[in-house]
Design a protein around this ligand. Structure first.
Ligand code: URA
Length: 218
């Protein structure tokens, strides 16, 4: 008899294969190939208080396009540092992107490209894994989940409860760690974001002072 764990693993493998096989939009022609998600979440129903967390970045970069591993470049090293700093084990979270193919020359995917890809791949991942918290890393993810916002600033570190037919989750947007690579003065803002995530994981409630963020003082 097939067990729940076997079904779950088969479902996750199909999601991965669907990304690898995808040729549904023109972005596929701009890159070497789509980059599948990595990681896993503790099985449901959770017997502990640990939150099931899914990190959603923007799109693969040059390194990810070569290695086929999400967040394997410089931004990934910073992300790993941030997660270690707040005591989140990378093997117990799921990490993916809003868009699974690298747009040519590292341009940002358009909102239409992001929504098209997310409907095909991100939404089925959400339904399969049913996370408690989705952390949007960067503005592309924030704009996909909160389409009424144009910039990250207004929504950064503010927990939103979002509904889907299968259930609800908290969406929490953070500044992308890559921002600190481009502009050193953003490092503090990146760290503060991950510390706010730690508080959200610990307390399960909104940060008492999510806005205005204190990075403005840096
Ligand atoms: N930046 C992202 O948003 N995703 C990756 O996979 C790598 C860098």
């Amino acid at each position: 008899m097939t067990t729940v764990i076997e079904l779950r693993t088969a479902g996750a493998e199909k999601l991965r294969q669907d990304i690898l096989d995808c040729t549904a939009c023109a972005l596929r022609k701009e890159c070497r190939g789509p980059v599948p998600w990595r990681g896993d979440l503790p099985p449901l129903p959770s017997s502990t208080n640990r939150k099931r967390v899914l990190f959603v970045g923007e799109a693969p970069g040059r390194n990810e396009d070569l290695t086929k591993r999400v967040f394997s470049g410089e931004a990934g090293i910073l992300l790993a540092d941030c997660l270690e700093h707040i005591d989140v084990d990378q093997s117990e979270v799921l990490i993916g992107n809003t868009t699974n193919c690298r747009p040519r020359d590292n341009r940002d995917p358009t909102p239409e490209e992001a929504a098209f890809c997310a409907n095909l791949h991100l939404e089925p991942h959400l339904e399969h894994f049913r996370p408690d918290i989705v952390v949007g890393i960067g503005a592309i993810a924030a704009r996909y989940f909160l389409p009424w916002t144009r910039t990250l600033d207004r929504v950064e570190r503010v927990p939103y409860v979002l509904d889907r037919p299968w259930g609800s989750f908290i969406f929490f947007a953070l500044l992308h760690p890559a921002a600190a690579l481009h502009e050193q003065r953003q490092t503090n803002r990146v760290w503060q974001g991950f510390q706010a995530l730690r508080r959200l994981l610990d307390n399960g409630i909104p940060d008492p002072t999510p806005w205005p963020p204190d990075y403005r003082e840096v």
